[in-house]
Design a protein around this ligand. Sequence first.
Ligand SMILES: Cc1cc2nc3c(=O)[nH]c(=O)nc-3n(C[C@H](O)[C@H](O)[C@H](O)COP(=O)(O)O)c2cc1C
Length: 197
Amino acid sequence: MTVKEAATARRSIRKYTDAPIPEADIQEMLRVAGLAPSPWNLQPWRVKVVVSPEMKEKLMAAAYGQPQVGAAQAVFVIGNDMNDVLANVEETVHPGYGDQIPEVAQNVKETMEKMSEGDLQWWGKSQGYTFMAFLLLQAQAMGYSTSAMLGFDPVEVRKLFGWGDHVQISAIVAMGVADEDGFPTHRHPLERFTEIV
Ligand SMILES: Cc1cc2nc3c(=O)[nH]c(=O)nc-3n(C[C@H](O)[C@H](O)[C@H](O)COP(=O)(O)O)c2cc1C
């Protein structure tokens, strides 16, 4: 399946069959989504994949009872941890920098330290959406359907995973084999949101 085919076929699906997602498929989707780019390659996403019925039930409660969470075979929770990023910048700097790695890492840290706490957190959270987009397309290409979700209480979701208040959750993504067609895709025409200048 090409990227165009996956993007065209994808639609939000909220009902799933009982077919499980093999762990190897979950790993492959995570690997491909992890190829998403991020500024300075900082990769702030820290992702939990919920498969156990007990955890799914708790997560569904934190998502205001939205049934697709309980129906999904796996639910991906995309958190972003800028504290972890800033404490470990050296590990993300490209090895090609060699001796300059400490200097490059220092530059990144100094730039980030100039940001307000709110801007820093927003910065981290926004990177998770690139990860999410890669995940949605790769899932589609592998025959799984998804529902991205913002309808959850971040305080409750953080508690479930023992995440500190600083961890920003971009979205949760319910996933499984589709058991419904979903709504046909409905989008603005190009001229509504684009201009080639
Ligand atoms: C970041 C994000 C959050 C969303 N949150 C929810 C949600 O909490 N509950 C829900 O039922 N759908 C949710 N949706 C699904 C959207 O309503 C859906 O993507 C949109 O209507 C377009 O439909 P389509 O995905 O079938 O193309 C969300 C989608 C995105 C991208």
